[in-house]
Ligand binder design. Structure first.
Ligand code: ZN
Length: 226
């Protein structure tokens, strides 16, 4: 018996969340054309990426890459908004999978994937942590286990009105590691959009303190000038 979802799709065809075209069999949420045509960043081979420079002198990061360019006119911004603020958990999982498919591993010793934790109150309101869902999607296509390894010590005030220095100051000591690091050499942190890197720096430092290496991958990098 065909699944109800495929039965319904005859009457209510699903549209691509990015371009709006009707999805064909085998596609879900985002059509293949969009998936292949998001503006991909070239992942540097050996040279430091622009995003790695955000962390110089602040945290020890093995490698940091953004898979896609964050351009306001592009649909990627709309997709991020949809899974971040509109409750589309499936889209976060899907985009995590796309990140996983496009990520070029720089080393073969990554033991775990993890993510920046949300404040519990905020997570309760939203119903999920979108970075955790990205991590789960990434895990599904790469086979690397996801673990929640950090927690927030206290709520932080809103980031948007603070300058870059304040952001870093504000973030220090807002996180702690609450997961055993026994046998863990290298953790890959995943996030949706990186701007200043302040939050990821604070998380990476806490992991570094446990003697564990950190790499970063994000869906998109949005420099302050964008
Ligand atoms: Zn599309």
């Amino acid at each position: 018996m065909p699944k109800i979802s495929s039965f319904l799709s005859v009457f209510y065809p699903e549209n691509c969340k990015s371009c709006g075209d009707i999805l064909v069999r085998g596609e879900s949420l985002v059509c293949l054309h969009c998936e292949l045509n998001f503006g991909k960043n070239i992942q540097p081979n050996g040279n430091c990426s622009e995003i790695e420079q955000l962390f110089w002198g602040k945290a020890e990061i093995e490698s940091a890459v953004a898979i896609f360019q964050f351009l306001k006119k592009e649909n990627l911004q709309g997709l991020i908004h949809e899974f971040k603020y509109k409750g589309n958990v499936g889209l976060a999982l899907k985009m995590g999978g796309i990140v996983g498919h496009n990520y070029e591993f720089k080393s073969d010793d990554i033991d775990l994937i993890s993510f920046v934790p949300m404040h519990p109150r905020k997570e309760k309101t939203r119903g999920y942590n979108q970075a955790e869902k990205l991590a789960e999607g990434f895990s599904k296509v790469t086979g690397i286990k996801v673990a929640s390894i950090l927690f927030r010590v206290e709520n932080t005030t809103t980031q948007t009105k603070k300058d870059v220095f304040d952001r870093f100051e504000n973030m220090q000591n807002k996180f702690e590691v609450n997961h055993s690091m026994v046998g863990i050499r290298h953790i890959l942190l995943i996030d949706d959009v990186v701007t200043t890197g302040a939050t990821l720096t604070a998380c990476a430092k806490k992991i570094n303190e446990k003697g564990v290496k950190v790499s970063l991958v994000c869906l998109a990098y949005r420099g302050l000038g964008i």
